[in-house]
Design a protein around this ligand. Structure first.
Ligand SMILES: [Fe+2]
Ligand SMILES: [Fe+2]
Length: 245
């Protein structure tokens, strides 16, 4: 197992581990490291991946510098190795939305979490990340995403999930592979708010999408997010029509 490191935006690093046995064509698990005065890790990875992922992170910076650890929602690939990270990074504080702290971290975290409100900014010194509550997008009640405002990087978690081991960054189509994966796995918690929530992300007009499973995207991400919102609106409408028959 090897975790590769790629800089996908200035001082934003993608730590990517490809597991060939997961799914039909293998699957990447990506964490992101934001280098700043107060460095931040977005996603921890599963406990089994910790030696490889933390080793990759150590090639970017000394883990004693790590100040913040956060993630989108409570699942093994998002935060399974949280305890290992907190042990390796004694200066780090875990932070999550208010719901996530209430239903999970206040009880499970080895150190007390810092709750972030919807829209609250963490000034990292050279980078600024804004927490956005996105309940059930991509899934789980506690879900939230992060927007780094200096580089215009949106950390999308499982949104745009696609299979295989594609290039670290693409300016090409990530929507088609993501729609195919959604149709295959049905991983998104589709609700009446799904499209609205994704359009709120589109309005940020990100320049980079840091995708948890698959390639990151570089370019004008607004229309890509709007198209994803339309895809989910359509999927919800078709599902509602089918259940009414
Ligand atoms: Fe997930
Ligand atoms: Fe994930």
């Amino acid at each position: 197992m090897e975790t590769r490191v790629d800089e996908i935006a200035e001082r934003i690093y993608r730590l990517s581990t490809f597991l060939p046995a997961v799914g039909p064509r293998g699957f990447t698990f990506n964490q992101f490291l934001v280098d700043a005065d107060e460095p931040l890790l977005f996603h921890c990875g599963q406990r089994a991946l910790f030696p490889s992922v933390s080793g990759a992170a150590s090639r970017v910076m000394d883990l004693s510098r790590l100040r913040w650890i956060t993630f989108s929602h409570v699942e093994a690939d998002e935060c399974g190795s949280l305890a290992e990270w907190l042990a390796a990074a004694p200066a780090a504080t875990v932070t999550h939305g208010a719901i996530g702290c209430a239903i999970w971290l206040n009880d499970q975290s080895p150190r007390p979490p810092r709750a972030l409100a919807d829209g609250e900014v963490l000034d990292l010194g050279g980078r600024r990340v804004r927490r956005l509550d996105t309940p059930h997008v991509p899934h789980c009640w506690d879900a939230g995403l992060l927007h780094e405002e200096v580089t215009g990087t949106l950390f999308t978690s499982d949104l745009f999930t696609h299979v295989g081991d594609p290039s670290p960054v693409t300016g090409g189509d990530i929507l088609g592979p993501a729609m195919a994966a959604e149709q295959q796995f049905g991983y998104t918690g589709l609700t009446l708010a799904t499209g609205v929530t994704i359009r709120r992300l589109a309005a940020l007009a990100p320049r980079t999408l840091a995708v948890m499973h698959g390639s990151s995207f570089s370019g004008d991400a607004r229309p890509v997010l709007e198209s994803l919102a339309g895809f989910y609106d359509d999927r919800l409408a078709k599902g509602a029509a089918a259940s009414a028959r």
